[in-house]
Design a protein. Structure first.
Ligand SMILES: [Zn+2]
Length: 188
């Protein structure tokens, strides 16, 4: 019984991991194709998410094994290591986003809004589905991920609103503003 519920929590986190990795790849390609810095900022963020979900998955599996001294030591090192990698990715990614988004505040570039709308609808569906799947979970890891995924859904709703606005009004500055906002919000 014990191991049964453990397996399902682990497999739900595993499913969320593969969903996130797949979606991150689509976002990077989509961000470049649509020329949208907001989508690229989201892609960087989701890369960080993929890393933390991946390490949560590994830690979730490991936490089920019997804790001995050697294991506890390895567990802590792994947590620290993944937090460090994640930090590097987020700092590097944010710098990359700001380098692209800041100049666009002065020389706005209109992104491909139709592509942005498609990605936003996709983002809302993927994150919404992942949040829904994890909402069945009772482990702390799952609860934290679930809240986080709901925040991501809100981010994609913002992308959707901006891309719809851009369809009607020529305010290309909204895209870098959103990218910069994302970069700061996701850091806090
Ligand atoms: Zn996220």
């Amino acid at each position: 019984m014990h191991s049964h519920s453990d397996d399902s929590s682990s497999s739900r986190i595993g499913a969320a991991f593969f969903l996130n990795v797949g979606f991150t790849i689509i976002e990077f390609i989509g961000g470049i194709l649509t020329n949208s810095t907001a989508i690229m900022a989201d892609a960087v963020h989701d890369l960080g998410d993929s890393l933390s979900i991946g390490s949560a998955w590994i830690l979730d599996k490991l936490s089920k094994k019997d804790a001995d001294d050697v294991f506890t030591y390895g567990y802590r090192r792994l947590s620290l290591f993944s937090a460090m990698i994640n930090g590097f990715v987020l700092v590097g990614g944010s710098i990359w986003i700001l380098i692209q988004a800041l100049p666009r505040l002065f020389n706005p570039v209109l992104p491909v809004t139709e592509g942005m709308i498609v990605l936003a609808v996709f983002g809302i569906s993927v994150n919404g589905y992942a949040a829904f799947k994890l909402s069945a979970g009772k482990s702390l890891n799952e609860k934290v991920l679930n809240w986080h995924l709901l925040e991501d859904v809100i981010g994609w709703v913002a992308v959707l609103i901006v891309s719809i606005l851009l369809q009607f009004f020529e305010w290309p500055i909204l895209d870098p503003i959103l990218a910069i906002l994302f970069t700061f919000i996701y850091f806090v």
